[in-house]
Design a protein around this ligand. Sequence first.
Ligand code: SF4
Length: 190
Amino acid sequence: MAIDFERIHQEFDGLIVDLCRECGGKCERDQIALFLPGEVEFIAKKLDLTPQEFIDRVCNIVEFRGEEVYMIKLAGDCPFLDKENRCELEKFNCKPISGMLYPVLVGLSGDEVRIFVDYKNCPMAHRLSEDFKEKAFRIYESIRKEIPQWWLEFISRYDCCTYDDSKFEELRDKMKISPEELEECKIKEK
Ligand code: SF4
């Protein structure tokens, strides 16, 4: 079954704008932002664009396990961020789910789906309200069966880590990038 993005946006009303403002948008600079399968089509429709027009304007694509993973263009400011650090897609009720629920994330632990808070990479994660956490966990719980294994594997490998923004610059204008190129941009842990 496909993910019901419309329902998620109707249900979820958690906000952490003040924490993000205080943090200064760390995850916007040193992490990647992925679209769930089917989400590009959902957002493009809301913006009155074809999926291909949307992809051409704002996406890099990584080929992984024979599938295409779409993410917001690497490096530079997110094309949807306004001067107040708010996502302009909120006005159209279609902010990407992984960004809307972050620092709550979904991934794999072995073969099991894992929903967790990214305390390692979000400096404000320890100040998240219980209300936000509970709502975000509930959304991921409700769609966990709809998220394919290859996407969960990709997010587990590439989302919960930090990247060198200057290396992203070289890849920004490449439509398709390889997992190896993405790997090269990771900041290696000491
Ligand atoms: S790192 Fe955490 S607090 Fe900072 S902008 Fe991202 S989600 Fe917000």
